[in-house]
Design a protein around this ligand. Structure first.
Ligand code: SF4
Ligand code: SF4
Length: 383
């Protein structure tokens, strides 16, 4: 297991500063040594939606441009892409590239992925996902680099290196995965499987400005001030979680990776180049985690089952509407994989008994009107 994680200060998206930080974060772990002239390198970005760079919802173009430059210097062909929610086609992706500022990376010598085909992947080693549809552009490259963003996430606590690979599933099929694997423990193993299937040679994280609060799309930008790099995405995620004040048991993908022996169970097992302590943000606004909920063992008898049901209801965060921000567009009802939302009088109504807590409605609400809610008791306890 490679347990090395590198961190380098980067206080702005100014071109020269980003390039210098990128070189210094890569250097201690031999980051781009694998690149040979003529190699085709796919860079899996986090382009969750057509949102401007200043929202901090997507990887900043300055980081993408700097990486493109370094790869081109070594003679690589660079292809950039993602499969955000929605149709995986030219019309949708061209808009995403445009709004997210990726034309600048194209000008720097990268190709923006235009291959919208998929393959049927077989991964017998997977814990949960052993056969799945996979975006073909990633499988056609000689190597894959994971270039993610550090943000809060309603379902997973955090989105960073491993969660980024949900974007290897064609966009319209994503809700189906939520529905097929409604339990957080299973879904997090699916994400770990997708990461392990792809096995990126390098993971890089844009944590210059992360997203706090109602992430991964409607939170607030928050300076963290660094780039992170590792050849082990789980180790990078463990470090990133620590920067924003999350423990491993609040991040279900980390729990899954720890159980599978892919990462140590604490930062003490990692080897750092750079000081994580210099970049911690103690008052970073995280979202409530449901990680512990599915591992409660309150007994098997009728009383235990009733207590388990009540406990889950109290502990599990749920989607909560802010009516003042809602414009009644109905996108949440369209995206909900459990068909738990119906529109009445131009407002969404959620059937709590159908909800599988995937937070797709929160992620894709264009107005940030869907939030992550917590039971009163948990708020009183400050959880
Ligand atoms: S997606 Fe957001 S704005 Fe649109 S109806 Fe749902 S909650 Fe309201
Ligand atoms: S209501 Fe929201 S959180 Fe619940 S299943 Fe539907 S999309 Fe997921």
């Amino acid at each position: 297991m490679d347990n090395r994680v590198s961190l380098a200060a980067c206080g702005s998206y100014e071109e020269a500063e980003v390039e210098a930080a990128l070189r210094s974060v890569l250097d201690p772990i031999g980051g781009l040594d694998f690149v040979k002239p003529g190699m085709r390198v796919a860079v899996k970005l986090n382009l969750v939606s057509a949102m401007k760079p200043e929202t901090a919802a997507t990887v900043h173009p300055a980081v993408v441009c700097a990486l493109t430059k370094l790869l081109r210097e070594r003679g690589a062909e660079v292809v950039l892409g993602d499969s955000p929610g929605g149709l995986f086609n030219a019309a949708h992706l061209n808009r995403v590239y445009e709004v997210c500022g990726m034309r600048a990376a194209e000008a720097a010598g990268a190709e923006l992925n235009a291959d919208y085909s998929q393959i049927e992947a077989e991964f017998p080693e997977g814990a949960v996902a052993r056969q799945f549809s996979y975006t073909a552009w990633l499988s056609k490259a000689d190597a894959v680099i994971d270039l993610c963003k550090l943000k809060t996430h309603g379902m997973m606590g955090l989105t960073c290196a491993v969660k980024n690979f949900f974007g290897s599933i064609p966009g319209t099929q994503k809700p189906e995965y939520h529905y097929r694997y409604p339990k957080t423990a299973d879904f997090s193993n699916v994400l770990v499987d997708l990461y392990e299937y792809t096995k990126p040679v390098l993971c890089l994280c844009d944590a210059v400005i992360g997203m706090e609060g109602n992430g991964p799309t409607q939170g607030s930008p928050r300076p963290i001030g660094c780039l992170l790099a590792s050849k082990n995405g789980h180790a990078l995620d463990l470090t990133a979680a620590g920067l924003i004040g999350l423990s491993p048991d609040e991040v279900p993908t980390l729990q899954a990776a720890i159980r599978r022996g892919l990462v140590p169970d604490s930062e003490a097992g990692l080897r750092f180049f750079g000081d994580p302590g210099a970049f911690r943000v103690p008052d970073f606004r995280t979202v409530p985690s449901q990680a512990s909920v599915f591992f409660l063992a309150l007994g098997d008898g009728p009383l235990g089952k009733a207590a388990d049901r009540i406990g889950k209801r109290i502990l599990t965060p749920f989607p909560k509407l802010d009516p003042a921000s809602c414009v009644g567009c109905g996108k949440c009802a369209q995206i909900c994989p459990a068909k738990a939302i119906t529109m009445k009088d131009k407002h969404p109504h959620i059937a709590r008994n159908r909800c599988i807590h995937c937070f797709c409605c929160q992620e894709f609400c264009p107005k940030g009107a869907m939030r992550v809610g917590r039971h009163l008791l948990m708020r009183v306890l400050g959880k």
